[in-house]
Design a protein around this ligand. Sequence first.
Ligand SMILES: *Cc1c(COP(=O)(O)O)cnc(C)c1O
Length: 403
Amino acid sequence: MTERTSVDIGWQKLGTALTHTGRSGVPAEGSYVNPPLERGSTVLFPSLESMARKGQERYNHASIYGAMGSPTQHELEKLIAHIEGGKDCQIVSSGLAACTTPLLAFLKAGDHCLLTDSVYGPTRRFAENMLQRFGVEISYFPPCASMAEVEEYVRPNTRIIFTESPGSHTFEVQDIPMLADVAHRHGALLFLDNTWGFGIFAPFEHGVDVSIQALTKYPSGHSDVIAGAVTVADQANWRILRDASIQLGQVAGPDECWLTLRGLRTMGVRLAHQARSALQIANWLQDRPEVARVLHPALPDCPGHTLWKRDFTGAGSLFGVVLNTTYTQQNMERMINAMRLFGIGASWGGYESLVLPTTGGITRDFGEEQPNDPAFRLQIGLENVQDLIADLEQAFNALHHAP
Ligand SMILES: *Cc1c(COP(=O)(O)O)cnc(C)c1O
């Protein structure tokens, strides 16, 4: 490989913001380093007038009741908005709620929502069940479509283009400025599930209107939190989002917010390390005879590499591996079962390595876009990289042995 690929520039740059943002009141004399964890439902006021005044400030992260968000949540909202480069952020109960809440906020019966075919599975399920039931039209576009092709999928009533880059199973990198251009020319909004790109893809500099994060992944980082974030760049959109979140009762518990703030303080160094390990393992896998393709955008052979280089300042620790046609799905499943350091389980972005099959578990409208040969997804954690490679090597041996 002659091309020098840096996967950790963005992560290195984040350190100062991650250390100092979201710590209001610090340093005040005699205060702790971290904002306090404040649990509560009732908020007390000295008078009815002061309660009414506070209620007017709901767009300014003020709460007159715990369901509007705790002070701990509001600190987290400041930090996420800052990293995403947006105006304001609403924390919600899960990454999936971060997908569904803005869809409910911005769509109405009769609208059309155009989604990438590579969208996160549960978002697809929500669109096809709830949104359709409420009279919203749903359709998909192929994740690698050109501008002219995407235009063909837009309808007069398209209100939202919903995308995810790269797709969290098949890793197609999207041309976000192009999609923003198409959306805005048709009077639609561009939603991006930016979970893979948190901190290394600046959504609002690329024309995104609503950016979505599963805080469950990199930000909390320790596989002990479920939470999500929705960030917008525009005051009118912020009011719509904030109103909908309050109407839906969308918040995250203060403990989840506090743990996420704590996780974020070390996210830069965690991810710099994990991204480097992931690239090293991806390179190692690429040279294995059992492997047909490695779906990692930082690899020059990966179809999304050019867009990734243009738009991202780093890479994540999650990527895909497609095996050679010689192997069956059962071969691969035996290989996965033989892995010792890679846990078998949903999610990613924690400190530990994980594996999941890709084939057999995802739905696509455009069949030719997904791998037909057995494929799996790796999340690379903080283990010693040589130990992880040794584990993969012994698992490849299981692939060779017939059942
Ligand atoms: C995990 C994930 C979500 C959902 O997050 P949860 O907190 O698990 O609900 C949404 N989008 C992407 C891309 C994810 O990987």
